[in-house]
Design a protein around this ligand. Structure first.
Ligand code: PMP
Length: 406
């Protein structure tokens, strides 16, 4: 493993070296998606250039090679998440599809009238809406878990909401809107006392700190590759083997069957039973390259660096008059969501874009979390391992100019 410096990471990522509106790009929209290292780009062009084939069928060399690459990706994801076996990893399009898969497959089979699904107010819409759809179908209830004023989940309120009716807790491991990192391990232990399962949305966590699904004791864990320096359109679901084995197909098609007959069709074992149709083979190859790239760095050093960058950013931003950061809880990833008195978030993003600085403005697909602060919209700068203190200073300087402009 190499030591870590942001310059080492930056060297590998070509998009970071372009200009936007005449300025060197400052990419502070990593919560939306990350830029890709050349290792990922080369893995994709390499696959399509010389290794392209469908998998799991066709007795020829390239099919075998593509199958091996795909399954090597599954093994890498299992290792990355601390899962005991690659058989517990299902490839999906991303976090959203993984949550919908769990809702439609496990949820339909295990929820009924009067059952509760506990969902923190903090959650991304993709970890709220699929549960609402499922609740409507099964006549279960989605119960919001309140937030404390500092943006952390109210653990006492959570403990009070758990009951023998709770079937599932769906919680993000890091919030895309506040950056807060909830006490997922404690939440899981409490849920399990009532026999409830826990789905952990790792979309915002995986790029920032090492994850161990066994240590978390998560029943389900989901993430998207594109927030982890990998291509869009690929992500993964982990589920405990005893749960996964019982999960019914959610989509039918090729690759997921054992035998098809008009009187009786039987299904392949998991994980293949849950992967109907041709998967995103190149995406898996790209994901493998991204995992290799990220884990080539000392991840504790990466996390420590991001924390120091976050501290620097928080200090510099709060020094701006009229700037308010959302969520003050100490456990967090490097996400800074803020309002600036007298300036609409969309106008802030526009202003910064003119300086080549990319942030996000809007509701961040977490309307209930913003409503907790009485807001409909906010500006968000989200950092990654390749961002620097100089970039943060450029953000602060540009915001300061905006204030001075009136
Ligand atoms: N959960 C969280 C916490 C997220 O930040 C996101 C993406 N913004 C998602 C889920 C959804 O991810 P995707 O759009 O890649 O499916």
């Amino acid at each position: 493993q190499a030591a870590f410096s942001p310059e080492m990471a930056r060297r590998d990522v070509p998009a970071l070296h372009r200009t936007v509106n005449g300025h060197p790009l400052v990419w502070l929209d990593n919560g939306a998606t990350t830029h890709k290292p050349r290792q990922v780009i080369e893995a994709l062009t390499g696959f399509y250039g010389t290794a392209n084939s469908n998998i799991h069928r066709g007795a020829h060399t390239m099919a075998r090679e593509a199958t091996e690459a795909y399954e090597a990706g599954r093994e890498a994801v299992a290792r990355f998440l601390g899962a005991p076996s690659p058989d517990e990893i299902v490839f999906v399009r991303g976090t959203t599809e993984a949550v919908n898969l769990v809702a439609q497959s496990w949820g339909r089979g295990n929820l009924g009238p009067g059952d509760d699904i506990l969902v923190p107010v903090l959650e991304h819409h993709s970890n709220i809406v699929p549960w609402q759809l499922l609740a409507k179908e099964t006549r279960a209830r989605v119960v919001p878990v309140p937030l404390r004023p500092d943006g952390q989940i109210d653990l006492d309120a959570y403990a009070g909401l758990l009951s023998m009716r709770t079937r599932l807790v769906a919680v993000g491991q890091a919030s895309n809107v506040l950056g807060t990192v909830p006490p997922v391990r404690e939440m899981t232990a409490l849920a399990h006392r009532y026999g409830a399962k826990v789905l952990v949305d790792g979309a915002q966590a995986v790029a920032h700190f090492p994850v161990d699904v066994q240590e978390l004791d998560a029943d389900f864990y989901v993430f998207s590759g594109h927030k982890l320096f990998a291509p869009t359109g690929i992500g993964a679901l982990y589920a405990k083997p005893e749960i996964l084995r019982e999960m019914a197909p959610w989509q039918g098609g090729g690759n997921m069957i054992e035998s098809v007959d008009f009187t009786r069709t039987t299904y392949a074992p998991v994980p293949h039973r849950l992967e109907a149709g041709t998967g995103h083979i190149a995406g898996v190859v790209g994901l493998l390259a991204a995992l290799n790239w990220l884990t080539s760095f000392d991840r504790d050093a990466v996390a420590a660096y991001e924390t120091s960058l976050l501290d620097h950013a928080r200090r510099a931003l709060t020094a701006l008059p009229g700037l308010e950061l959302l969520g003050s809880a100490p456990d967090r990833i490097a996400v800074l969501t803020f309002t600036l008195a007298g300036h609409d978030p969309a106008a802030i993003a526009d202003w910064l874009d003119r300086d080549g600085i990319a942030i996000r403005a809007g509701h961040h697909c977490a309307q209930p979390a913003l409503a907790h602060y009485g807001l409909k919209s906010a500006a968000r700068a989200s950092l990654a391992l390749y961002n620097t203190a100089e970039e943060v200073d450029q953000l602060v300087a540009s915001l300061s100019r905006l204030q001075q402009s009136g």
